[in-house]
Ligand binder design. Structure first.
Ligand code: ATP
Length: 244
């Protein structure tokens, strides 16, 4: 597999939001989860989103990932205005462009690693073979194991293989190392870095593990429903060097 040319990575914008707000509930019970977020995420980057619990990180991820909609404001994915398209088109956007990785893997317990990945490869056009996806995450020797026969880190790598098998333009990861010890977590972060470099996917990671920021091209600090600061890392840490 040829590596994606990293010099291309900031040529275009993966996401742009303007005045993005999200209000859950109404009246006295209303929760302002996002308060007018203006954001640009260049394509091909690893972006880490940090911030206190309840600051709106998952809400933002869910909206730009097409799982939910904002209350006001605009959201663009490349030249497509996600905030203006129909539910059917939003589903199509998600299916064609986006992979998700969550804290608790969400694997089917009765299916092997390979079968879990095939859930995607059999329906998504242009996807890789399940074996290739499992090789990308270093699990080609454990393809016939069931989730219960795999460690937490291995299960997360199967979940990543499933998410990347369709070569998504964007990979969203919500607390991908949240259930893992630091050694296993580093292996998973290394896989995310490989996916970014090999497929050129933009990788967005929401995490409480602040040290993860060291491997990002860009770090977005979130607080109280809005961006507080954006840092660009001049030098990036290798996942093996990350301690938490
Ligand atoms: N479906 C919902 N209904 C009502 N309020 C919600 C809903 N989802 C989130 N919220 C509220 O919106 C705010 C932002 O939540 P969000 O999950 O985006 O924060 P977060 O930064 O991802 O937090 P954490 O780090 O704990 O996951 C919180 O006050 C939360 O309670």
């Amino acid at each position: 597999m040829t590596n994606f040319d990293q010099s291309d990575r900031s040529l275009d914008c993966a996401y742009r939001t303007q005045g993005l707000t999200k209000i859950y509930g109404e009246g006295a019970a209303a929760v302002h989860a996002l308060r007018g977020v203006d954001l640009e995420i260049p394509a091909g980057e690893i972006v880490v989103l940090l911030g206190p619990s309840g600051s709106g990180k998952s809400t933002l991820l869910n909206i730009i990932g097409g799982l939910d909609r904002g209350t006001e404001g605009t959201v663009w994915f490349r030249d497509q205005e996600l905030s203006a398209i129909s539910d059917a088109d939003l589903t199509r956007y998600r299916r064609d462009n986006v992979g998700f990785v969550f804290q608790f893997y969400n694997l089917m317990p009765s299916l092997t690693a390979r079968e879990n990945v095939e859930l995607v490869t059999e329906i998504a056009e242009g996807s890789m073979e399940s074996g290739e996806a499992l090789e990308l995450v270093g699990l080609h020797e454990r393809t016939d194991h069931f989730p219960a026969q795999l460690s937490g880190g291995e299960q997360q790598r199967v979940a990543i293989a499933r998410a990347v098998a369709k070569r998504p333009k964007v990979l969203f990861c919500d607390e991908p190392t949240g259930a893992l010890d630091s050694t296993t977590g580093r292996t998973v972060l290394k896989v995310l870095k490989d996916v970014n470099e090999t497929l050129g996917s933009t990788v967005l990671i929401v995490t409480h593990a602040a040290a993860t920021a060291g491997m990002a091209h860009r770090v977005i600090h979130f607080a109280d429903g809005d961006i507080r600061e954006i840092e660009e890392n001049e030098t990036r840490l290798d996942p093996e060097e990350i301690e938490w």
